[in-house]
Structure formats: C-alpha cells, structure tokens
Write a protein that binds this ligand. Structure first.
Ligand code: CP
Ligand code: NVA
Length: 294
C-alpha cells in the first residue's frame, strides 16, 4: 500500500511509467470497469473545480464511484479527531483524496489510513497538478529531461512540486519572483534551483513557461502587497516571444486575466492550458490504477 503525498513518493521510473500509462488511457477510451466496485472518498477543506471533477469523472470512467465530502460537513467540523476520521473512512473506502489547508493534516490522516491517500493540494504541495503538467509537456513536446522550465510566481505549493519534478525528471528550473517572496537562503540552497528577479532573463531559451495566481488560497490577507510586488511578472505573448520559438505556456488554473496572465495569454497558440486541465483526468486515472493495484 502506498500513498501519494508528494511527487518524491515516486521514483523516476515509476513516474515515467505513470505518464505513459496516462497517455495510453487518454488515447484508448476502452478502459471501463478496471476499478469496478471501488469507492474513492474526496475530502476537501478548500474550494476546487478541476481536482474534484477530474477525480469524480475518473472514477466513473473506470467503473468505480467517488463521493465528495466537505470537511465542514463531516464530524471533523465538530471536533472529531483527524486520526479517528482516517481510521473510519479508510475502513470503508478504497482510497482517499484530501485537499487540506495544512500539509500536516494530510500526513496525520495518511498515518492513520489503511488505504492509499492522495494529496489533492495542501499549503506545501500539489503533486497531482504536476502529473498533468508533465503529461502535457510529454504529449506536446516529448521528453522533459534537460529542458529549461521557467516558473513565474511565488514559492507556493505548485512551485514546490515543480522543484520536486525537476529532480525526478532532471530538467533545469528557474524561478522568476520578486526577492521579497523568495524563501530563506537555506531553503533556496536545498531546492537546488535558480531564483531570479529578472523575468526577461528567466524566460530566455525556455521550453516551458508556467505561472499561477499571485494570491493562493489562504494568502488573501497579503493580497494588496502581492498584487503590487508581482505586477512586473505578468506572462504575456510578448514575454513568450523571448523564449524558444516552440516554447509552450501552462497554468494550473484558475487564472486571473489581467494579473498573472495578460488578457490574451490563455488563448495564444503557445498556451496549452486547456489540454493541461483535461490531462488532470487522464493522469489521475493512471494514478488511481497504480495505487489501487487493479
Ligand atoms: N488546478 C487545480 O487544482 O484546480 P482546482 O483548484 O479547481 O482543483
Ligand atoms: N497555488 C494555488 C493553486 C490552485 C490550484 C492555490 O493554492 O490556491
């Protein structure tokens, strides 16, 4: 039994085979019933569109069922310990997806769960998003090894998972972000990736440029300062022109046009964001099949 709490839970070869399996599931629609009779519990403490729907549809397409449970509707909301909740839910469900505010809550749940637990986003990381991003790169451009990837934005949960992906798949990652939002020197050294304030330099020779909202869920208290500081970091077709001619653009979504992306960026031919969003479904179907060991 294995959990998927971070991308680093997989070896490089496991992650590579998972992407190949995801592409094969995408191209071969005849994969009904592989998870017949299985139940996936989706427990969410924060809002979601893509993660929730892709797991629900994925389970349905594989012949199983998924049930959505808002954390505040569970007895958890009235003080039942997370440990007890994990024991009870995992005694009935076959796997659990958790989206929590704190990564510690996810770890605690996983420690007391008898079935696989999947990280559906925490304050620390968003590994399911990276499966879709890596699948999209693989599908649109081929192997990511030795490619240059530019992350534009703060050192947030999606960025953390990009850093893990850069180690697993051996690509060069550069992070363009105002200095006031860089992590501590110690953390920066641990990441082993380059941080810069220079957006124009960071996108040069890039194969993939990716960004995220300037204000993640939970960071709303700092909105005003973030909008001011990140203002020079908008990704636009003009910024893409500085990258390689065949570079692609990704965004985990939801996006705010006029902030981290220009009004026209998402519909630019170099943008693969709609493929990327659909790929959440295919990547997570492959993940479910791996963890549920059909
Ligand atoms: N990208 C992503 O995780 O989207 P949701 O918050 O809509 O699930
Ligand atoms: N960094 C964003 C990702 C949303 C999918 C957030 O945590 O809100």
């Amino acid at each position: 039994m294995m959990h998927f709490l971070n991308l680093s839970d997989f070896s490089s070869s496991e992650a590579e085979s998972l992407l190949k399996e995801a592409l094969s599931l995408k191209n071969n629609k005849d994969n009904n019933d592989l998870l017949k009779g299985k139940y996936l519990a989706l427990i969410f403490e924060k809002a979601s569109t893509r993660t929730r729907v892709s797991f629900e549809v994925g389970m349905t397409q594989l012949g199983g069922k998924a049930g959505f449970l808002s954390m505040s509707d569970l007895q958890l909301g009235r003080g039942e310990p997370i440990e007890d909740t994990a024991k009870v839910i995992s005694s009935m469900a076959d796997a659990v997806v958790l989206r929590t505010i704190s990564h510690e809550t996810l770890n605690l749940f996983a420690d007391h769960s008898s079935v696989p637990v999947i990280n559906g986003l925490t304050n620390l990381s968003h590994p399911c998003q990276l499966l879709a991003d890596l699948l999209t790169f693989y599908e649109c451009k081929g192997e990511i090894r030795d490619a240059k990837v530019t992350w534009v934005g703060d050192y947030n949960n999606v960025c953390f998972s990009y850093i893990e992906a850069s180690k697993l798949f051996q690509f060069d990652l550069e992070i363009a972000c105002p200095k006031s939002y860089w992590p501590s020197t110690e953390v920066m050294q641990e990441t082993g990736v380059t941080f810069t304030e220079d957006l124009k330099a960071a996108v040069q020779e890039s194969d993939l440029i990716t960004t995220d909202v300037w204000v993640s869920m939970g960071d709303e208290g700092d909105s005003e300062n973030r909008i001011k500081e990140f203002n020079p970091y908008q990704v636009s077709p003009a910024a893409m022109d500085l990258a390689k001619t065949d570079a692609i653009f990704l965004h985990c979504l939801p996006a705010i046009r006029g902030r981290e992306v220009s009004e026209d960026m998402l519909e630019d031919p170099r943008s693969k964001v709609w493929v990327q969003a659909e790929n959440r479904l295919h990547a997570q179907k492959a993940l479910l099949l791996k963890l549920l060991d059909h």
